[in-house]
Design a protein around this ligand. Sequence first.
Ligand code: SF4
Ligand code: SF4
Ligand code: SF4
Length: 375
Amino acid sequence: MPKRQNWHIGREMTYPYDAPLPQKQVAYIFDTNKCIECQTCTIACKNGWTSGKGQEIIFWNNVETKPYGSYPMAWDLKLLEKCKPAQWQGGKLKSETIFEDHGLLDPPTGHLPLASDYTSVNLGEDDISGNVGRGEHFDGVHPMWMFYLARICNHCTHPACVAACPRQAVYKREEDGIVLIDQERCRGYQECVEACPYKKIFFNLISRVSEKCIGCFPRVEKGEVALCVEGCIGKIRMQGFLTTQSKPREDNPLDYIIKIRQLALPLYPQFGTEPNVYYIPPIHVPDGFLEQIFGPNVEKAKAMYRNLKEDKQLLGALLLFGASQRMIDKFKVQGDEVIGWDVDGKEVARVPFVEPTVVRDAYDKKFDAYRHNTT
Ligand code: SF4
Ligand code: SF4
Ligand code: SF4
């Protein structure tokens, strides 16, 4: 069986599908500390791509509240129960991925949700991790917690969906690593739905074929970010390309945040698909819970985030989130600003470290009007 190096798990693994790796890999960073679960991303995607028949309960982008939210219902719990607990030794996974500990022709470890599992998209929304006792008040520490986890297809480097499809209808593009389904080839066997550990392939009950997030490829081909990224009100998202064929570049904001500084972490790296949506973990949530979701580097990432004020280069890269509808290929901190350039070398973002304060006179001479501070 082919072997693949998987940097998320610090070792080689078996992967039951032989295909060249992409020249560059589309990737996303979501800062969970900033998400307000407004669902603008969900609606941006839905309006753009999934407003047709049979797509009523299909959300290529969804945002769920952890620890109790999940769409489809219990997608992660069901798989965690099927797998042995993840065991890490430093950055190396000692336990098996979903591709390992199998017979040669067996599909990846997975499960097939029921149609009813997709009907309660926001179940568990805003539920916290426990009960707040009578008379308790906030004293600087949150004893209870929850956080919002925005989810799209991860355009995995070793996709389980591609490996599982008996008709090779699911494929990964060599030019940018986007994973797509050829719906003409799909016969609706749902092997991909069962195999995807993130449950980001959906079976359309009307068209009887599977579908998934298309990574907004028509926009990406023009150098633009996806609809769910552009629409994000909290500016929690950044999209661009990870360097795959050579060393990560210090001036590529995605290489820098993900690979060089490792502030943003993959979702359930123990599954082994090398997902390409990376999350900055929520700093108020206990490490134990986060390590199960984001792997062993959580503590370091949280410490780095808390220290951002002293870390101008990293803070500069983060200031570029939501700053342009173009994907930023290169960035530089210059004085009190950070500048971003697109792949054509055009400046597309310039963000100051400190927003200027403007104090207006109470009397506006131009309009002969008095302005009141209403806050
Ligand atoms: S638009 Fe942004 S802030 Fe709002 S829910 Fe989506 S990811 Fe979170
Ligand atoms: S998240 Fe699922 S659907 Fe998307 S590439 Fe990975 S395995 Fe395939
Ligand atoms: S990348 Fe595009 S298709 Fe995928 S979830 Fe975001 S908006 Fe939807």
